[in-house]
Each structure stands twice: as C-alpha cells, then as structure tokens.
Design a protein. Structure first.
Length: 496
C-alpha cells in the first residue's frame, strides 16, 4: 500500500467518525428514547373512590365523583340540588374541569368532586363576536367549533387540553401578546352560588363576584355559561430571532411592541447545562389579513419526532443540547410554512407528557416586571443548578396589566417564565421540588414579581401572602359569600 492510499484511508475513517458523531449518534440517541418510551398515553391508575390531578402526586380519597348529565337542563338541576344538599349536611364540593392544576385545586378529602366536562355546549353570535359556551367545554372542542365559523379564541393557554371553567378560574394566559389574561376577554358568566341561587356576573352585574370568581379557583360557586370575546382565525407566518437571553426584552421591544400585525409571540431559553439560559429564541406570529375565508384545521405535525427529542432530554445534558440545536433547525422548517392561529393553538399537552410511572413533570411560573427580567434570569442561572433540578423547558410570555380579577398575578405588565421540571415521585423528589420552588419564589419576590397559583402548593404561607397581599381580603370575602365553606379544595385549606 503506498503512502497516498494510506492517507486516503485515514481521511475516510476520520470523515466517517465525524458523520457518526454528528448525524448517526443523535439519531440513535433519540431512537433509544423512542424505544424506551411507553407507546401508550399515561393511564392514571386511580383506584375507585379516589381522585388525582395533573401532578400525579395528589391521590386522595373522596366521598363521590359526580359526573353531571349531558342534558344541560338536568345538569343544572343536579348541580343546584347538590349545592343545597351539601349546604345542609356540612359536606364539601370541589369542582373539576380537565384537572390540569397540580396542587389539589380540584380536590377536597372526602368531599364531592363535580366533573364538569359533560357540560360542553356552545354557540357563536357572529354579529357580536361573542361565544356562549358551557364551562365544561375544552379548548379542543371550542377551536373545532370556532374554526368552522372562521373564528378563534382570544386568549387561552398554549395548549388545547383545558376546560373553559378551569381556564377562567385560574385566569389563564398564553402566547397572545399585547393582552391581559383571559379575564380581559370574559364578558360575563352564570354562577351557582353557595346557597344554590343562580346569578349572572359581569362588569356591571354582581361586579364584586365577577372579579372574585375569575382567578378564584372554584371557591365562590360553580360557573355555568360563559360569554367570551372571539377573534378572527388568521393565517400566520412566523419569524424567529436567535438572541442572547439578556437581549430578550430589547428584542421584544423591537419586534413585538407596537407591531399590531404580530398577534402571538413567545420566547424559549436554552436549558443545556453548558450554555444554561444564555441563549433565547423569540418567536413571533404575524397575521396575513389578505387571506380570507374559513381556513382548514390541520393536525399537529412531526408528533413522534418532537416527543422523542423532548423526552430524550430528561436527565441528559447531551439530550438537552441536542434538543436546542434541533429546535433551531425544526423551527426554521416550521417558520417557512404558513398555518392558521387555530393550528397553532390546537395541540394537546399529551404530546410531551411524562408516561413514566416513577417520575412526573411539574410546572412552575413566575411573573416578572419588564425591567427585572435579566435580574430574574440571572437568579434562575444560580438557583436551578444549585438545587440540582432537572429543567426541561422554559417559555417566556408577556402579559399585560390585569384590571379585572381580585387575586391578580399581572399587577402591571409582566413577563411570565413558565418552567417545566421533571421530578421523582418519591419523598426526596418532593423535598427537592419544595426547596426549588421556595428559592425561585424568593427570587421572583425580590424582583417585584409574583408566582402562579395553579401548581404545587410548595410556597410557604408567608410567601403566598407576600406575593398576593390582597389574599386576606379575598378569603374574608370567600367566607362572606360562602359562610359554610361549601366550595372547598386543598389550595384553600392550605392558605386561608
Ligand atoms: C401541561 C400544562 C400546561 C399548562 N399550560 C398553561 C398555560 O399555557 N397557561 C396557563 O395560564 N396555565 C397553564 N397551565 C395551568 C393550568 O392548570 C390551567 O391553565 C387550568 O387550570 C387548566 O384548566 P383545567 O380545566 O384543567 O382546570 P382544573 O384543573 O380542572 O381546575 C382549575 C381550577 O378551576 C376550578 N374550576 C374548574 N371548573 C370550574 C367551574 N365550572 N366553576 C368553578 N370553578 C371551576 C377548579 O375548582 C380549580 O380550582 C398548564 C398546566 C399543565 C399541566
């Protein structure tokens, strides 16, 4: 073999190794995650007589789960009779929509849990652009209906799995920039009060209850029919800006503030340990108002690949770095395509959910004033590695001042940092998550921010009252409207 051939072989070997490292290895890594993933969606193993929520850590024995009738008139009669019966017996009622809260907000031990999901009818008044929808309807059902009429939801979460009643009771928010939380889009609703009476609440009728029920975690009554503002379903084109995380706010100001054509926007941070929270992607969605008519509703794309890439990052620095690279590449692919607002909103949380029985994904969210965003990112960079937490995702969404609800988290314009962590379903897993939550809440409070209430109840009472200084008055009013504490749940028992 001459010298040249030897060199050629050597170069080919190096080239093959590079191809293996950069192409084949990531594919094998994700394929391994795909193979070890359960092919079936998570099946909650809930014994008869028990309930749980999205945390999978709140298994609790209850007296009864009342699934209401699919006949709306009968359902309302059932609910009124239930409330009157409970009022006279001292039993408690907790209210459940899609049960995606994570701290027992839908649960009371030995209480009666009402399953509102069958209460899901709706109709649209196109002349007023108002959707009349029953509280048990899930966004997946709402989007399907509105899409057929050329409309979309004004403000909702980033996924379609939640019920209307649960969404307005936590006062949800999503990727809709230049907008307050969902409460700003609620015109009114009917409510069964603790004495069984049905009343209508709006900004002019029963105004106090209107603000208490929105973001009121089911503590003031059962929401029945809701009137929601809707918006046209538009075709969107997306733009992406890969930037330093410290430049997030200045880029947001440049590309989103004052841009009426940008109807949705959110950011994501790099979670790979070697570059922890240093890089960001700002995604903006611009409406093409020239495209008219009813747009087809597509199915979510690349579901298996996106799920496997996401789940391969659990507990793996390599997986996290690879995911960030893939996000940049897949994002480029997505941004070259046009899709509708409803397409963007119509994805279930099940796509990424943890199907493992020994671990669970837990959400946190912190609302930080614009001028403190960098201070909070820097606190996250310290706290999360120090507490050895497995951070899987961070998104950033802007929320405008909330002028409607009593227990408001958007006390002025804020940027919400939504973080998803993976934890073991063990005592140690709980202790570690509690410490992490307390540390992050302290950082949010220090930055003049608040934390979101539908998640685990790890905040201390002191932190809760510091974040929500109106809580004392909120609970005083709760006892005024519901003296026997008919409507009850684990969130209320911990903090009232
Ligand atoms: C994977 C995941 C992603 C999430 N993403 C977001 C997000 O993008 N934005 C966001 O803001 N939040 C988000 N959340 C948080 C959150 O739990 C939901 O916004 C909301 O609670 C979901 O609605 P639900 O139907 O599951 O409510 P549930 O969990 O069923 O109920 C929530 C609260 O509402 C009360 N309630 C429900 N129905 C009624 C009714 N008819 N009358 C009176 N009270 C009622 C319940 O008693 C409870 O206190 C997310 C949660 C998960 C698990």
């Amino acid at each position: 073999m001459n010298k040249n051939t030897k060199w050629l072989k050597y170069i080919v070997r190096i080239a093959l190794t590079i191809v293996l490292i950069y192409l084949v290895w990531p594919v094998l890594f994700v394929f391994k995650a795909y193979l070890s993933d359960s092919s079936k969606p998570y099946q909650a193993n809930i014994p008869n007589g028990y309930v749980n929520d999205a945390s999978r850590l709140d298994l609790t024995k209850v007296d009864t789960v009342l699934t209401i009738s699919t006949d709306s008139t009968k359902a309302v009669q059932q609910l009124v009779s239930l409330v009157k019966y409970v009022d006279s017996t001292g039993k408690k009622v907790s209210i459940a929509g899609a049960r995606h809260s994570m701290g027992g907000h839908t649960i009371y031990p030995n209480g009666i849990q009402v399953n509102m999901l069958p209460f899901n009818r709706m109709h649209l008044d196109e002349s007023k652009k108002i959707l009349y929808v029953q509280a048990g309807a899930r966004w997946a059902e709402v989007i399907l209906y509105l899409n057929s009429k050329g409309y979309s939801v004004s403000v909702m979460q980033s996924n379609n799995s939640f019920s209307v009643g649960g969404s307005i009771s936590v006062n949800c928010h999503g990727w809709q920039n230049n907008s307050g939380p969902i409460a700003s889009t609620v015109i009114g609703f009917d409510l069964i009060k603790a004495n069984g009476e049905i009343i209508h609440c709006s900004r002019t009728e029963n105004k106090e209850l209107f603000g208490l029920v929105l973001g009121g975690y089911g503590l003031f009554g059962i929401i029945l029919n809701v009137e929601l503002k809707v918006v046209p379903n538009r075709e969107y084109k997306s733009n992406r800006y890969v930037i330093a995380s410290t430049d997030y706010v200045s880029n947001y100001a440049k590309y989103v503030d004052g841009h009426k054509e940008v109807e949705m926007a959110y950011g994501r941070l790099d979670i790979s340990p070697d570059n922890f929270l240093k890089e960001a992607i700002l995604n903006t969605y611009t409406a093409d108002t020239t495209v008219k008519g009813i747009l087809p509703l597509g199915d979510p794309t690349l579901v298996a690949a996106r799920r496997s890439i996401f789940r391969s990052s659990v507990g793996s620095a390599y997986g996290k770095a690879m995911r960030w690279k893939a996000e940049k590449k897949l994002g480029e692919f997505a941004s070259s395509k046009a899709f509708s607002r409803n397409d963007l909103l119509n994805e279930g949380v099940e796509i990424y959910e943890d199907r493992d029985t020994v671990s669970t994904d837990i959400l946190h969210e912190y609302f930080i004033p614009r001028n403190k965003v960098n201070e909070f990112i820097s606190a996250m960079q310290q706290i999360i590695p120090a507490d050895s937490a497995d951070l899987l995702n961070v998104t950033i969404r802007e929320v405008e001042n909330d002028t409607d609800t009593y227990m408001r988290y958007a006390n002025g314009e804020v940027f919400g940092f939504v973080m998803l962590f993976n934890q073991a379903k063990t005592k140690l897993g709980e202790i570690k998550m509690e410490k992490l939550t307390i540390d992050l809440i302290d950082a949010a409070l220090k930055s003049g921010g608040r934390y979101y209430l539908p998640y685990r109840l790890h905040a201390t009472r002191e932190q809760f009252y510091k974040a929500y200084p109106m809580a004392n008055e909120f609970f005083r009013l709760k006892k005024l409207y519901d003296p026997k504490e008919v409507f009850n749940n684990l969130f209320y028992t911990k903090y009232n």
